[in-house]
Write a protein that binds this ligand. Structure first.
Ligand code: ADP
Ligand code: MG
Length: 294
């Protein structure tokens, strides 16, 4: 094979590829037979309810633990990471929901935490402030003052600083664990904007969320998980927002729950009515209750 052909092959390989990956915790099967590819300049959304296996999946990709079954490849070659540091060295960075920031430290200090720039025996504070300010501006984040404690920023802004930081320190793949979960509509919109920025810079983004309304506008591919299994893997042109929402809501499961609440009466019946409305709004047909079923 010629060098050019080798280069072409390399360029064609996805940054991250999981094939039939599974993970057991003792006898608990947290993940089974999940396949996924992430390429540069693409956002892959991983959707699923609590317990679906989302965290287990990103822990594999982030290098916290290997898969029990299946394979994990980076740039087309199998990897066996023994820690998140190994993954980070290959350009795979993770921004966790509970960001590891020091609230009282200035924004620039948090930006460079663990990667401080030195000039002789001292920290090069001027350089770090300037670089932090510029990197944030490049992502479209205009902070009045990078000297303010990071704790004074909103949740959305803090997520954005973490994204800019990963980009600055050379991430090729960015894993975002539910970055919009605790945010209001406007703040979530800001984070979604930076997800698009990261994609435009050529990063492969893995965006974990349980909200199809957040996933659909920014996603190129969608992996849906339910109880550790893939219930669908779609390119954007293969699925509509309505279909995604319907799959997420788990259709009949939701209807069954509303039926159970209804029979409980009182406040539960009210909740059931709300659920019922959601179900009809989503266009999911309600399954008839199973005869003699619970
Ligand atoms: N360390 C663990 N030990 C045992 N079971 C676990 C462990 N971590 C996760 N699980 C189980 O694996 C399943 C998937 O969990 P998780 O990946 O955290 O889902 P999600 O992030 O989508 O909520 C759940 O049933 C959970 O209880
Ligand atoms: Mg989780």
């Amino acid at each position: 094979m010629t060098t050019t052909a080798e280069n072409q092959k390399k360029a064609a390989e996805p940054l991250v590829r999981l094939t039939d990956a599974g993970k057991n915790y003792g006898s608990v099967i947290a993940l089974a037979d999940v396949s996924l590819e992430v390429s540069g300049g693409e956002v892959t959304c991983v959707l699923g309810d609590n317990g679906a296996g989302k965290s287990t999946l990103i822990k594999i990709i982030a290098g916290l633990h290997g898969p029990s079954t299946g394979t994990y490849e980076v740039d087309g070659a199998p990897v066996h990471f023994s820690s998140p540091r190994d993954a980070l060295e290959r350009g795979i960075a993770t921004v966790y929901q509970d960001l590891a920031v020091v609230p009282l430290m200035p924004v620039w200090r948090n930006f460079f935490l663990g990667n401080e720039k030195r000039k002789g025996p001292r920290m090069d504070i001027a350089f770090m402030k300037k670089t932090c300010k510029r990197e944030l501006l490049d992502m479209g984040i205009d902070l009045r003052d990078v000297d303010q404690p990071i704790g004074t920023l909103s949740g959305g802004e803090r997520q954005c600083v973490a994204i800019a930081r990963a980009v600055h320190f050379g991430a090729k793949v960015l894993i975002l664990d539910e970055p919009t979960a605790a945010l209001g509509v406007k703040q979530a919109g800001v984070v979604l904007k930076y997800i698009i920025q990261a994609r435009e810079r050529g990063l492969g983004v893995i965006f974990i969320t349980h909200n199809p309304h957040h996933a659909y506008p920014v996603g190129d591919r969608f992996l849906l998980l339910n109880r550790g299994k893939s219930i669908g893997y779609y390119a954007k042109e293969q699925v509509t927002l309505e279909e995604l929402t319907g799959l997420m809501a788990g259709g009949s499961e939701l209807a069954q729950l509303s039926h159970e609440l209804e029979s409980a009466g009182g406040a539960a019946a009210e909740a059931a009515q709300e659920l019922e409305d959601d179900v009809s709004e989503l266009g999911i047909s309600r399954q008839p209750p199973t005869p003699g079923g619970s």
